[in-house]
Design a protein around this ligand. Sequence first.
Ligand code: UT7
Length: 347
Amino acid sequence: MNRATIRGCGMYVPERVVTNQDLEEMVDTSDEWITSRTGIKERHVVAPDESTSSMAITASQRALDDAGLETKDIDLVIVGTATPDYQFPATACLVQDSLGIEGGAFDLEAGCTSFVYALSIASAYVSSGMYRNVLVVGSESLSRILDWTDRSTCVLFGDGAGAVVVSAGPYSTFDPQFVLGSDGSGGKALCLPAGGSAMPASTETIGDRLHFIRMAGPEVFRFATRVVGDATRQVLDKAGLEIEDIDIFIPHQANTRIIDSAVRRVGIPEDRVFINIDRYGNTSSASIPIALYEARQQGKLKRGDTVVMVGFGAGLTWAAGAIQWGTHVELQRQEVPVQIEVVGVPV
Ligand code: UT7
């Protein structure tokens, strides 16, 4: 058996930043409410000529460069997204074609959990020896499906993409493990009601604003605080790891209160927990790979480190993964890139 590791990563966020103060001008909200209830200060929003695939392509190229690989080395592309460019063809095929990758490509949709689900598949393929290098991407243009008049959702989400290359690592000391979960009975708590086969687009669905995200926030909150802690414990058990073996814990960045509660329950030391929700909001399937990239840039990930990650979201779904950082290139500590100035608000 080979042991799958993460060999490199990359990210991309659009230039345009929307701050909480910008949102105060648009809906009945406040910086104080958003910050204290979620931890979010600002988020990035795609430009008119950008899309989920364009962000995925840039993040993927950066991940390939970081991994020291060329497109010919990639055997498979998996894109986790709830906001694909089209219902079909798959966004992964657009990435594959743009980068000139020769191999399979498919999208995976498990809400905000998509990245961890996709990573588990890549890990299984690499560990079995079926593929050598798999590109796994989380990319979302959530601003395109947000109701910018609904304060209960529009303040929460942001756009962006993160990508990793999964390869067998010569330095790995344990088999990567994953725990995947779902509870479809909670599906209505977080959904995009119209546009699928159950409720095709019509004048009525547009008039009723049914092509935007609908979320029962408190219900999802209660679900999330429970599953993050439980899934973390389960994946540690499965991998034969203890809390003190975690070098970095990367939770899905949906709400700092969810993260704090789970971290306290499981007993993970605060200095091992990576949080960057303040600058990006909830970027759904992109949040974990973006956090991985930033942790690496900040020198918080080195070869052989144990990464534990937990995702949760629409479905309802959840997933935890324990995998080693298997980079071939060590980075020096670098500062996080300087934030870009506010240039406007969505209309
Ligand atoms: O990644 C996908 C998974 N999604 C999540 O993880 C989201 C999970 N849920 C949450 O993070 C939280 O439930 C929210 C941040 C969405 C909401 O926080 P909350 O503490 O659960 O607030 P709430 O929904 O219970 O609302 C409390 C009050 C309400 O007013 P009343 O009824 O008490 O007068 C809301 O109308 O806050 C009001 N409110 C707002 N006020 C100012 C809701 N949104 C806003 C807002 N600004 N943006």
